[in-house]
Design a protein around this ligand. Structure first.
Ligand SMILES: Nc1ncnc2c1ncn2[C@@H]1O[C@H](COP(=O)(O)OP(=O)(O)OP(=O)(O)O)[C@@H](O)[C@H]1O
Ligand SMILES: [Mg+2]
Length: 314
């Protein structure tokens, strides 16, 4: 359904008047998202997950690479049509909802802009989607600040679904919520996926959450995928040294006994990414080859891994 081919997003910033720098926020990512499936995206803060989300939605144009929706370019389909098919749920329900609008108006707005439906039809559809996310019609006329955090995120989900998208990008959709509410919102997302046949790209720091919702996983490091493939494979037998280190350091996974438990150390800046393999400075297995040559993402078993020594290490 969604094919992403080697997309890059580089930002040009000026540190000093005469010193232009390039931030390689996204540096060549490819994947396919199939109908009804969930791709989990994990990686440390700053590795380019939100940049990926914004670029996929065309909120920002990619520096290079291609996004195909049902085998057509976005230019071909038209931005407006593309947006009907792919929507986003944001991390922070507090900041992503207009505080001066009532829930019903927030949810109706996309219909007013994108369709020719009558006022009554818009109202009916908005109430219907609110009900689907668990907000009763008696609650529909409140302002966002009158809701709890969980309800606000439900409202954000309703707004994302109102135009009937086929794919939804969820960027840390539960990390701002209390742990007790997180499970409710995750289960709502899973129910909606089943009833509406949605595909998700699910971005999260929390490996436990990603494990719960994903079919496939992509592990990102400094703007690139270092490992991607079916969830079972990647959760149970991570092959890239970075994936293993990330797994070992995760409080939400019960796998503290991985072969090599590693201290991750500080993430290098995407402004000055290391030469060769971008992980070599933190990797205990790195040698001269890693320092000099960037490894390509290569098939290994059922997964793709970007490491010169995948075979030796597994
Ligand atoms: N508009 C921008 N201009 C310049 N640099 C940017 C811009 N947006 C993001 N970056 C940089 O790109 C890199 C990736 O940022 P991004 O927000 O995609 O990371 P992330 O993986 O979503 O992190 P987090 O887990 O903290 O949300 C960071 O180094 C960030 O500072
Ligand atoms: Mg982010």
């Amino acid at each position: 359904m969604l094919k992403v081919q080697n997309i890059k997003k580089h930002y040009h910033v000026r540190k000093w008047p005469d010193e232009a720098k390039t931030i390689r926020a996204l540096d060549g990512v490819s994947f396919h998202l199939q109908m009804g499936r969930t791709l989990g995206v994990v990686g440390e803060s700053g590795c380019g997950k939100s940049t990926l989300a914004r670029t996929l939605l065309h909120l920002e144009l990619p520096t290079s690479g291609e996004v195909l929706w049902e085998n057509q370019t976005i230019a071909n389909i038209g931005e407006q049509n593309y947006r009907k098919n792919i929507q986003m749920i944001f991390q922070d329900p507090y900041n992503s909802l207009n505080p001066r609008k009532r829930a019903i108006d927030i949810v109706s707005a996309p219909l007013q802009v994108n369709t020719n439906l009558s006022k009554q039809e818009i109202l009916d559809r908005a109430l219907d989607i609110l009900l689907k996310v668990g907000i009763a019609s008696t609650e529909a006329y409140k302002y966002p600040h009158m809701y709890s955090g969980g309800q606000r995120q439900r409202l954000g989900i309703a707004r994302a679904l109102i135009l009937g998208p086929k794919a939804v990008i969820c960027d840390e959709p539960v990390s701002a919520l209390d742990v007790s509410i997180q499970a409710q919102v995750l289960n709502l997302l899973l129910d909606l996926q089943e009833t509406l046949g949605l595909s998700y790209i699910f971005i999260s720091h929390d490996l436990g959450v990603v494990n719960h919702v994903s079919d496939d996983i992509m592990v990102m490091y400094l703007g690139k995928a270092v490992e991607q493939g079916p969830k079972e494979e990647i959760m149970q037998a991570p092959k890239h040294p970075y994936t293993r280190a990330l797994w070992a350091s995760s409080p939400s996974l019960d796998r503290a006994k991985t072969k090599d438990v590693l201290a991750l150390g500080e993430l290098p800046s995407p402004m000055n990414p290391p030469s060769g393999c971008s992980y070599h400075k933190r990797c205990p297995h790195a040698d001269l080859l890693c320092k000099e040559k960037a490894p390509a993402l290569m098939p290994y078993g059922k997964t793709l891994v970007a490491c010169h020594y995948t075979e030796k290490l597994n």
